[in-house]
Design a protein around this ligand. Structure first.
Ligand code: SAH
Length: 349
């Protein structure tokens, strides 16, 4: 008998590992497939729920393994339908994930790290120091929790996933990719990769890597300024990862994947609300086929940033659209419960 503390989390095992375990215990390998499907396709949290396994086999599993799961510690619902989950990880740390209902889709916004190391001046998550990366199953479980909420509260399926919660997904690339592999696998959630968007501050080296890997998900870059001096002042990553390097990496991404990049861009009063800034964005957009989402700024506590006025937004919109760049204004969702972009962690400390 393995003691409780030594028991291994069975979800850290691959399908082959579980098959091998059964063979070593005198069972047929297909038992491994059954267990794997319970764990990932059906997301069961207890060996007793694996009803096509004999009682003896369930006991065998319980003797050797545990099933670690995240659990939703607190769920808040916004007036606009958005749901924010405070998710407790097995070691007690907390991250947040958000369900965003739209007319035609339901989107899960998930976290990839506890805290963040990047220090973007306008983001609430940046106020928390980075504690650790999430494991692939912790990322997967956030999606499952939101999928269940979509079915329960909206009677609709989850349709889209965005990596726009806490953390920088390209600094936890291996686990993010493992989670996406399981989310898109027929033995997992069987969702289409084209429904998944990874949002990044734009780490050039890593963008080249995902292009090289020919990943099938979409790429969004939090640009916010196409002028180095301004971008470095609000996003310190830009000091060592300039716009030229970023642009070169994005050109490579497009060459490999033939998929447009989406730029996320907030227009702030006194920071990037002039024509000079809009022209710089237009020139940046011309380098790689791209679209722009102008996102509404969500104020954070003691923040010094302020959303620009409507005229500035219209000026951006007109210039970009006139030059053939698809541009949308994204209204923010879930503001009343601090679930909007950049507000995650506003109140969890
Ligand atoms: N680290 C990744 C993903 C997390 S942030 C990234 O930077 O892309 C998700 C998006 O929210 C990014 O575009 C980010 O720039 C934006 N964001 C951060 N703080 C914000 C705020 N207070 N208001 C609006 N958008 C914000």
């Amino acid at each position: 008998m393995v003691s409780e503390v030594e028991k291994k989390d069975i979800r850290k095992l691959s399908l082959d590992d579980i098959k091998t375990f059964f063979v070593q215990h005198g069972e047929k390998p297909f038992r491994g497939t059954q267990v794997y499907e319970w764990l990932w396709m059906k997301s069961v949290k207890d060996f007793n729920q694996m009803t096509n396994l004999s009682l003896a086999n369930r006991e065998l599993l319980k003797e050797h393994f545990t099933i670690n799961h995240i659990h939703v510690d607190n769920m808040q619902r916004s007036g606009d339908g958005t749901i924010k989950n405070a998710v407790k990880l097995y070691d007690g740390l907390i991250v947040e994930s958000v369900l965003i209902p739209h007319e035609k889709r339901i989107t899960a916004c998930v976290s990839s790290q506890v805290g963040c190391s990047l220090d973007c001046k306008f983001c609430a998550t940046a106020r928390l120091k980075r504690m650790r990366n999430l494991s692939a199953d912790e990322i997967y479980d956030q999606v499952v929790a939101i999928k269940e909420q979509a079915e329960l509260f909206f009677e609709r399926p989850l349709t889209n996933i965005v990596f726009m919660g806490m953390g920088e997904p390209l600094l936890n690339y291996a686990n993010v990719v493992e989670a996406i592999d399981k989310i898109t696998s027929p033995k997992g959630l069987n969702m289409a990769a084209k429904r998944i968007t990874l949002s990044t501050v734009g780490i050039a080296k890593m963008i080249k890597k995902i292009a090289e890997d020919e990943v099938k998900f979409n790429l969004a870059v939090s640009l916010h300024s196409a002028i180095d001096k301004t971008r470095s002042s609000i996003m310190p990553i830009n000091e060592t990862n300039s716009l030229d390097e970023l642009s070169e990496a994005l050109q490579y991404w497009y060459k490999k994947t033939k998929r447009k990049v989406t730029y996320e861009y907030v227009v702030w009063k006194g920071i990037n609300d002039t024509e000079q800034h809009a022209n710089a964005l237009l020139n940046f957009c011309k380098k790689v086929p791209s679209k722009v989402n102008l996102i509404e700024y969500n104020p954070i506590e003691d923040g010094e940033f302020q959303q620009a006025n409507d005229e500035a937004l219209t000026m951006y919109m007109d210039l970009l659209e006139r030059n053939g760049i698809t541009t949308r204004i994204r209204k923010s969702r879930g503001k009343d419960i601090d679930a909007a972009c950049g507000q995650l962690a506003n109140k969890i400390q």
